[in-house]
Design a binder for this molecule. Sequence first.
Ligand code: B12
Ligand code: SF4
Ligand code: SF4
Length: 407
Amino acid sequence: MKGFINPRYPMSNRNMKLDSPRYKIKGEMSPFDERDNVHARYELEADTFEWESFYRQHPGWEKEDLKTKAFPGIGRVGNERDLPMLWSQREILHKLGSEAMVDGSVSDIKQEINPARAAEKIKGFARHLGADLVRIGPLNQAHVYTHVGKTVHCPEKERDSPISLSHKHAISLAVGSNVNLIKTGPVLSEIMEMMRVYTILAKASATLASYIRHLGYSARAHNLRNYLVLCIPIAIDAGIGELSRMGILISKEFGPCLKLATVTTDLPMDYDPPVDIGVEEFCEDCKICAESCPSGAIPHGDRVAVRGVEKWKIKPEACFRVWCETGTDCGVCISSCPWTKPGTLFHNLMKEIATRMGNSGLNLFQSGWKCRITPFGKNIKNCGNISSFHPEMVLFRNMETDRLWTL
Ligand code: B12
Ligand code: SF4
Ligand code: SF4
């Protein structure tokens, strides 16, 4: 093994199932205000009362956000015959995210189920509905937004209203995306794949929440158009994966190439343990996503403390500007990450080594696993020049949908 082993790290004997999640808490974890995230800020219109009062409190963001607004926006770049495919997906997603879909009345008759059996039934039903991964954990109030920020797609919600969500438990659902399509980002085919996955999750989470309410317990779905919670920390607490340098969750099964939805509830269920799959350690040495990101949003440096947690902090304004420029949600970080590589025997073996040996296995990866994925025959590192991507390119091979895209 000499030469394969990284001398900087001893062989680690990783404990893959943990009593508490791996992230480091610094002080007290505090919740986030949805009004501060870039999507909510994008909904504000210049020269309105809301705009003035928001940027009076956050003067540093106004210039940045005006720059972003000058670009065409998501779903507004591409061929006029292809774009309606995206718009139609979004239309359905708006409906699936309405208050009437995510929440509702609870049956008067409460069914008594023991927590172990309840967890089994929930997982089985969620898988039946299309979820690839389902894990259950506690709902930490630090992961619930403080105030409503986004209302454009959900007019029933009132901007600025405080959020109160008393549920104790959370079910995290994940659906893996088609790696070939995500690799095409940042063009239309990438975001269409994201929307396909969001749709499965929106329907599955809304149906699952409805099932739980029929059992006599309060439950609410949180999906693309209507979140009250942060899906990533909840999924980490439930054992779906770990937080990565690129700022999103990596699971062993799909790497970062997955989407999440959450169902919060009062139904008591057995919890799954948080996991240590070696991601946090792997990211310390690997910086491929930071090198590949066209906006420079991903840090090359160390973790910093954010609202009581030590983590790599991305620059959301820079990332979101790329979205508004390309009309997609980019996803280059996902396609550049070694953990995204498809589940072949070789890549699965590499993941297993990363998990079991941690950074002591890194020399092996550096030669093999960490080689870059090259969409369009280019090194992904060169994708900084966004205009070199042409939205109507035929981008992938050997798929039944090959002839879908406008030439
Ligand atoms: C707003 C938002 C964005 C914004 C801002 C993100 C930001 N970091 O500020 C922008 C537009 C930049 C963005 C980009 C992307 N996003 Co986004 N985004 C969201 C959204 C809707 C809300 C999150 C939010 O309010 N963030 C603002 C604050 C809280 O961010 P933050 O302090 O930096 O914290 C981040 C992480 O550190 C973590 N986090 C927050 N608190 C805590 C606490 C603990 C203890 C831990 C461990 C982690 C953690 O979650 C936050 C993720 O944004 C979530 C859905 C949801 N409700 O969770 C999806 C979500 C996070 N996005 C997702 C994805 C996939 C992406 C993109 C890859 C785009 C794409 N093609 O899909 C990029 C990746 C960018 C990147 N490298 O992080 C997925 C992540 C799936 C996964 N594998 O984990 C989510 C969960 C959507 C979903 N339903 O699946 N996103
Ligand atoms: S989605 Fe694109 S711009 Fe945003 S962090 Fe990932 S690579 Fe960078
Ligand atoms: S590309 Fe490397 S550094 Fe970035 S998230 Fe993936 S493993 Fe971590």
